[in-house]
Write a protein that binds this ligand. Structure first.
Ligand SMILES: CC(C)(COP(=O)(O)OP(=O)(O)OC[C@H]1O[C@@H](n2cnc3c(N)ncnc32)[C@H](O)[C@@H]1OP(=O)(O)O)[C@@H](O)C(=O)NCCC(=O)NCCS
Length: 185
């Protein structure tokens, strides 16, 4: 079955440490994009995100630029329009984007989830994944999975906190060797 998700999405979560509210929203609304671009650029240039997600793909010395954020938002918009992939952002109370999560397919049987969050907002991602798993179950997904690099301890903690189980510690694909975590919904 192909999953569909009705818009708009707005889910409140709390920071594990501060209890402050944060909001998970869809990234389908392109009227927000102009404001979001510099915010995304700022967070994606934070070392823990840039080094993990972009350093290998970018030429040496390059930084994450507004064009990269725009491409990301266009990708997010297309995913929602086609109902093929579902990209969400986490906003703080000031409406600044501090993280993202993605349901990477519309296949109800199994869907990969991906995410990043600002190091200035530790305490939101595990709770955001718990909330997205609840939403995923309500729209018909049966299973979520995560592919996590063996040295990505922070992401492994998120997986465990959100109730994912380590199904394969040496899962190999064309991009490398990962830990495969799964959560049945
Ligand atoms: C992976 C990533 C999102 C994790 O962010 P994070 O801020 O560490 O995640 P959380 O907010 O969930 O956790 C922060 C801390 O609070 C704890 N915590 C948060 N929510 C919790 C909960 N509900 N229950 C228990 N502990 C919780 C975590 O265990 C973690 O503990 P620590 O202090 O021992 O490290 C972040 O490191 C990142 O963006 N990395 C770069 C991109 C990336 O790796 N993406 C994933 C690719 S697979």
């Amino acid at each position: 079955m192909l999953v569909k998700i009705k818009l708009p999405i707005n889910i409140e979560i709390n920071n594990f440490f501060t209890n402050k509210p944060y909001f998970i929203r869809d990234l389908a609304d392109d009227s927000l994009y102009e404001r979001l671009i510099p915010l995304i650029v700022k967070v994606c240039n934070e070392p823990r995100i840039f080094n993990r997600l972009f350093a290998k793909k970018f030429v040496k010395g390059a930084t994450y630029r507004p064009i990269n954020a725009l491409e990301f938002l266009v990708y997010a918009n297309r995913g929602w329009q086609k109902q093929e992939k579902f990209q969400f952002a986490i906003f703080n109370e000031d409406n600044d984007i501090v993280g993202t999560l993605e349901l990477r397919s519309n296949d109800s049987k199994a869907c990969e989830i991906g995410y990043w969050a600002s190091e200035n907002h530790r305490g939101i991602m595990s709770n955001a994944v718990i909330a997205i798993a609840k939403l995923a179950k309500s729209v018909g997904y049966e299973k979520l999975f995560l592919l996590i690099a063996p040295d990505n301890i922070a992401s492994q903690k998120v997986a465990k906190n959100a109730g994912f189980l380590l199904e394969n510690p040496h899962f190999e694909n064309s991009k490398g060797v990962y830990q495969l975590y799964e959560k049945k919904l």
